[in-house]
Design a protein around this ligand. Structure first.
Ligand code: AMP
Ligand code: MN
Ligand code: MN
Ligand code: MN
Length: 279
């Protein structure tokens, strides 16, 4: 699979992506992708539809999920790649995550309400979309209601670090999340490792904890615009013995800086996370 076009991190509208799973697969095929993972936030609800579409488009679909976890006070995203979405313990765990997301979005809206924003209306707008609620949906509702100029503005003013986001963390510890993925036969892969605000020593400890829990890989190539992260992520993978993954974190065709299927290659000495998975 050395020349294959591989993208192991994408979102559909079952979480905060813009496209239904089948349309995502179609777009991936048009972009020349051979192997695609659908990794919605805390849900596998799009996988059946994606598998149905993949066959017709000659795409190998990797069943995946991006699970929200916590390490100390940080939110950490762990990709489960090649999971069995029907595994009972994973199903129970993801039901718990869905519950946490519904509770969290209500708390975020109550918090915004206390700041003078129309919390009830914002909650109704988010819940009307269906799928699992995320802060992206709340950002979209804030923009639609004229309370923010753009999703980025909404995150900066209301939903980002130091804002309401801190209020409602409470994701399970990263070791527990890795355990769910491993129990479901998946490969636990740390998403966008350069995005967490950690000191060098805290990052080393987090990576060591992730490895000790059964974490196997780091997303070394992530997004079209983050080539400066490839080298540090490769270094961290080498020093902790992790395999390496590649994923765009694609959400929306309108976010033109983050397209499907235009990812940098892994450094040649990295062990690709797909090495033993794709024949
Ligand atoms: P959640 O998982 O509910 O905390 O929502 C996090 C999601 O919000 C991420 O997966 C991104 O898709 C999105 N996001 C985070 N920060 C920003 C930002 N500054 N602008 C737009 N979207 C963002
Ligand atoms: Mn997202
Ligand atoms: Mn993420
Ligand atoms: Mn993602």
């Amino acid at each position: 699979m050395s020349d294959a076009n591989i993208d192991l991190h994408t979102h559909s509208n079952r979480s905060d992506g813009a496209l239904p799973p089948a349309a995502l697969v179609e777009r991936a095929a048009a972009a020349g992708i051979d192997v695609l993972a659908l990794t919605d936030h805390d849900t596998t609800a799009g996988l059946d539809e994606a598998f149905g579409a993949a066959t017709g488009h000659g795409i190998r679909l990797v069943p995946g999920v991006e699970i929200s976890a916590s390490w100390r006070s940080q939110s950490i995203h762990v990709l489960g790649l090649w999971i069995d979405p029907s595994q009972p313990a994973l199903r129970t765990a993801l039901d718990g995550q869905a519950q946490r997301r519904h509770v969290r979005i209500r708390r975020l809206c109550a918090h915004l309400d206390a700041q003078g924003l129309p919390g009830t209306q914002l909650l109704a707008a988010v819940e009307a979309r269906g799928g699992l609620p995320t802060r992206s949906h709340l950002a979209a509702a804030l923009v639609a209601g004229g309370h923010a100029r753009s999703p980025d503005d909404a995150f900066r003013r209301f939903l980002g670090r130091g804002q309401a986001a801190q209020l409602a963390a409470g994701w399970p510890p990263v070791a527990e999340v890795v355990g769910w993925i491993v129990a479901a036969g998946g490969c636990a892969t740390l998403a966008h490792p350069a995005r967490y605000r950690l000191s060098a020593s805290a990052r080393r400890q987090m990576l060591a904890d992730f490895a000790a829990a059964g974490g196997r890989a780091l997303e070394v190539v992530t997004g079209a615009n983050a080539t400066q992260h490839v080298e540090p992520c490769s270094r961290w993978a080498r020093s902790h013995g992790f395999a390496a993954s590649v994923g765009s974190d694609f959400h929306d065709p309108q976010l033109t800086w983050n397209p499907l299927g235009r990812l940098a290659k892994l450094p040649p000495d990295m062990t690709p996370v797909w090495r033993d998975r794709l024949g």
